[in-house]
Design a protein around this ligand. Structure first.
Ligand code: FMN
Length: 193
């Protein structure tokens, strides 16, 4: 059986991003659990704000196609998103919107969402830990007919949650991340051929 491949996508470009740090902690945890993990930066896949005229004129941007292919090369995807005004930031929504428009060769559009498991996590300085952003992201991914695993992690008070190595330091947070990782591996196993 080939190794289980997990892609981790932080939904923030900000230097010192709390969500990029959570993505790093999660990637470490997936690797500890035996998965082959890739972690990307959306800075490497810059996309204009979605505009149907732009798509009609120039097609879907190459970066969206490349990101779709990157996702397609993994059995499971973890998106780690900030919360902006109780929802997902434009970076995350816009990226999903463009990827959902990719028509790659003989593939049916949106297949990349339907054929693998997604997990979601958020980090915020607030007590709610980005819960509302997760609810919004779950809805968006469901609209793309993705399987979104039941376990999720909303990391509260995230500014105080990491040690010097960017690992989670509170036992309850570590257990919540481990539960997500275990369930993601269980569900993604079905994608391994
Ligand atoms: C426009 C904007 C809206 C925000 N709204 C929320 C919010 O609704 N809930 C929340 O917990 N944090 C909110 N925040 C704070 C972000 O969670 C915080 O800036 C966080 O550090 C962003 O994630 P990052 O560190 O990964 O970049 C908001 C920040 C911005 C810039």
């Amino acid at each position: 059986m080939s190794a289980l491949k997990i892609l981790v996508i932080p939904g923030s470009l900000r230097t010192g991003s709390l969500n990029a740090r959570l993505a790093a902690a999660a990637a470490h945890q997936f690797a500890q659990a035996g998965a082959e993990v890739s972690r990307l930066s959306l800075a490497d896949f810059p996309l204009p704000i979605y505009d149907g005229d732009l798509q009609s004129k120039s097609g879907v941007p190459k970066h969206a196609v490349n990101l779709k292919r990157m996702i397609g090369a993994h059995h499971g995807v973890l998106i780690v998103t900030p919360e902006y005004n109780s929802s997902v930031p434009p970076l995350v929504k816009n990226t999903i919107d463009w990827v959902s428009r990719v028509q790659d060769g003989q593939e049916v559009r949106g297949e990349v969402f339907r054929e693998r498991a997604f997990a979601i996590a958020a980090a915020s300085e607030s007590r709610l830990g980005g819960t509302r952003s997760l609810a919004a992201l779950r809805l968006i991914l469901a609209a793309c007919q993705a399987t979104v695993i039941p376990h999720q992690l909303a990391l509260s008070f995230a500014g105080e949650a990491y040690d010097d190595m960017d690992r989670l330091k509170h036992p309850a947070d570590i257990e919540a991340l481990n539960a997500l990782v275990r369930q993601m591996i269980d569900i993604s196993q079905h994608e391994v051929r």
